[in-house]
Structure formats: C-alpha cells, structure tokens
Design a protein around this ligand. Sequence first.
Ligand SMILES: Cc1cc2nc3c(=O)[nH]c(=O)nc-3n(C[C@H](O)[C@H](O)[C@H](O)COP(=O)(O)OP(=O)(O)OC[C@H]3O[C@@H](n4cnc5c(N)ncnc54)[C@H](O)[C@@H]3O)c2cc1C
Length: 467
Amino acid sequence: MPRIVKTAASNRGLQAIGAPPGNPARRFFAQLKDNTRFARTRALAPRPALPPVTTPFYDAIILGAGAAGLFCAAQAGQRGLKVLLIDHAPKVAEKIRISGGGRCNFTNRELDVRQPHKHFVGRNPQFCRSALSRYTPADFIALMDRHGIAHHEKHKGQLFADRSAEDIIAMLLAECAAGGVERWQPCKVNSVSYQRGEHGAAGVYQLTTDQGPASAANLVIATGGLSIPKIGATDFGYRLAQQFDLPLVERSPGLVPLTFDGAAWEPYAQLSGLALPVEISTGSKKERMAFHEDLLFTHRGLSGPAVLQISSYWQPGTPLSINLAPNVDLAAALAQAKLRSRKLIANELATWLPSRLADAWVAQDAEWQRPVAEASDKAFNRLAERLSRWEITPNGSEGYKKAEVTLGGVDTRALSQQSMECKDQPGLFCIGEVVDITGWLGGYNFQWAWASAFACAHSLKPATTRL
Ligand SMILES: Cc1cc2nc3c(=O)[nH]c(=O)nc-3n(C[C@H](O)[C@H](O)[C@H](O)COP(=O)(O)OP(=O)(O)OC[C@H]3O[C@@H](n4cnc5c(N)ncnc54)[C@H](O)[C@@H]3O)c2cc1C
C-alpha cells in the first residue's frame, strides 16, 4: 500500500511511496520500518528530502462508528484496504446498544428485496433494491451464526439477539479488528477538504481532526440521522453532503410518538399506559397507508408500534383513523347484546376492549351510559362508528429526542445504487441512515445499514488504483 506524504513546505501536492502489499499487520510494520528509515535518513542528510510532518494516508476514511460505519470498515478492511474509522462519541454504536430494548432487532426475515417500497420510505425506495439484494437478512444471520450469537424471531419476522445487543457490537468490533481497521475515537473532525487530482487522477480527501490530520482516497459518510442527540446524533453528515453540493431531502423525525393538543387530549390522558391491538391508517386513496399493530396511550399522545409505523407516513395537519376494535363488527355485536344482556354498555364493550378504554369512551356521551337493553340503535351505531373510525389529528410529534429514525437525508438521485458513491464527487460515499432511505420498525433500518455498508465496502477502490 502506498504511504502518501503531503509536501508541507510547498503544500502543492501528494507523493506516493510504494510499500509492500499484504495483510494489515504486515503493512503496518512495513510502514513503521519505512518511517524509521525515513527518520534515520533525515538525521544523516543535510536537507531532508521529505517534510517533517507526515499525514497518515488511508484507502478509506469512514466517518461514524455506528451500525453502517462499523460494518463498512470491517468489510473494507477485510478486503485488504487500509481503513480509518472516526467517531466523535466516546463509545461505538450507541444506537445498536439501546435498540430493540437492549437486544437489537438486527434484521427482518420478511424483507422482500424485490419490493423494497413495502418496507422502506423515501423519495425512491427502489434505490435500495440493489444493495438489499446483494446483502440479505440471511447473510447477516450467517454472520451472527459464525460468531455464535444466539438469536430468536419475534413478531412479524423480527430477529433479536437472545442475550444482548452488546454481543452484536462486540461482533462488529471483532470483524473490524480482523480487517486491521484503525479507529480514532472520541475524535472531532474539524474540517474536510478535497484536493482534486491532476491530469485525470483521482483526488484526495484531507481531514483535520482533534487527533491530527488524515487523508484518504475515499471518504464514507456514515454519521446517521438526527434522532437521540444525547447519544451522539448530529447533522454533520448532512452538512458535509451540502459542502459537496449533494442535494438533501427535507428531514423530519420518523418512527416517533405523536402528540395532541392539551385540551383535545384531556379525555384520553387518563388512559396513559393502556395498550391494545388496532388498525391505524393515514392518507386517502392511493396514498392510504395502514398498519395492524399495538397502540399505546401516553400522557401526551399516542405511541406503540402502530403509531411509530404510521408516523413515517403521517403528514402534519392530517388526521389519523384508528379502529380500536379491529377484530369485531361492533354495531352487530352490540345489537346482538341488546337481545340478551342487562349489562351497562361499558360492561358489554369490555368483552372486546380493555375496560378502562370502554369506561373512558362511554363517558363521552350520556346516551352511552345506559344498560344495553335501553340504548337506541342510533346510539349503538354512533358508538360503533366512533370506536371503529376514531379520527384524531396530531399536533406534532415527540421529535428527535424520541424518534427512532430520521426521514429524508441525502437525495438518492445523487448516489449510485450499486456502490453508494456520489455520482458527481468521486470517492465520496454515503451509507446508512444519512441517506434518504428509512425502514419500517422491525429490523429494516439495521438491514439497510448492513446492506448499504456492504455495497460501499465492496466498491471502494484502493488508493493505488485511484491515484
Ligand atoms: C431507540 C432506538 C431504537 C432503535 N431500534 C432499532 C431496531 O431494533 N432495529 C432497527 O433496524 N433499527 C433500530 N433503530 C434505528 C437504527 O438504530 C438506525 O437506523 C441505525 O443505527 C442507523 O445506522 P447508521 O450507522 O446509519 O447510524 P448510527 O448507528 O446512528 O451511527 C452514526 C454514528 O455517527 C457518529 N457521528 C455522528 N455525528 C458525528 C460527527 N460529527 N463526527 C463523528 N461521528 C459522528 C455517531 O456518534 C454514531 O456512532 C433504532 C433507533 C433508536 C434511536
């Protein structure tokens, strides 16, 4: 691998010095020997031929040691590339650590790689088809199996680690070690610049960081989205993308609890903590999106898988439609009950709904607070309609502090779907959540992180072929 020395005196360009190929450890020691030889030469020679300051040079620098960055670094390193992984946070992969209730829902068996629009949101969900087909859930499962990490399937194809998400982080770090990946962490990147190559040669990315300068033939942006800033999320990746003139799709929180006006929410606030299966939908006609999942009432609004899923499709100002009793025809069931029951409506409703919800619901109308036998069909129909088509308009969401993902990001039109490389900026790649691809709840976001990282890692060209 070449060692590149920036000629600090003239600051005019970069020189490649040949170094032997081989595995990363051999390369490292060869380079060390080279540096020692260089230091000796300097001591003997009257004027050094080379500058006293050397900038470490890599085939690829990857920014962000999260799911996508770690996996990309490991894969690229194992291909023999010299890789530097930089993260500003003290710990790697904080989102893996907190994901899936600490067990990381690392992929989903139901992913249909031929129909990515079924599980991914973005301006062009078809963009992820190529990467998802080349690195599938089965590939990541095989990796977990090679590392002896036991896992299990839960709801709707979701796969979780049996023991802890920490096992997956340890696996990714072991894979990085096997690839000889160098890691600078915590390390703040202060600036990134690109030095265009001369005479058609590829350019070089130059970084200044808290740990000194570094340069590389390839730069990978894997800094993720904006959610959960307290564990290290920043807008750095988007700003960097803008620096290189990449278009961005507007960003907003996704997979996020939704909130409601205080007064409008007052009757439901008492239901906080209650969970039940529902059908939830938003939009109309071709735009309609619906999910059958669990809903959770909170103090400020609605959460649970149903709402997290729908939040990625919900447009501000529009209502949600919720069927609180999706498995029964309530109007018919209540009419039947009228023939045989002497109970209050709330008590009959409790056959199909949690009793707290039934009590809160009937409290909204005096007509519903009677025995079933005394209620009019009209009152039943209104009650059934309100429960099976509860329309409510959120006033917003809990925002990035609670969102699992960021919708929007680097516009996929600027990227190659095979390699994740920017079409107009050679050697610059974007992977993972920073790209305008967002998965459904259920392991799809990690699968996108692995697959986009894999596509990138296997497209990175070593510096020797670029320079
Ligand atoms: C609470 C929670 C639970 C989740 N659960 C799941 C789940 O079970 N299944 C699933 O598929 N998805 C889940 N997700 C989503 C998933 O975590 C992300 O989609 C995924 O981590 C994205 O991977 P990434 O590598 O692109 O970004 P990240 O994993 O977020 O990694 C980005 C990295 O970049 C670093 N970084 C940021 N700014 C800078 C900077 N300025 N300089 C240097 N480094 C920087 C960060 O410190 C971080 O290490 C969850 C998300 C959250 C918040």
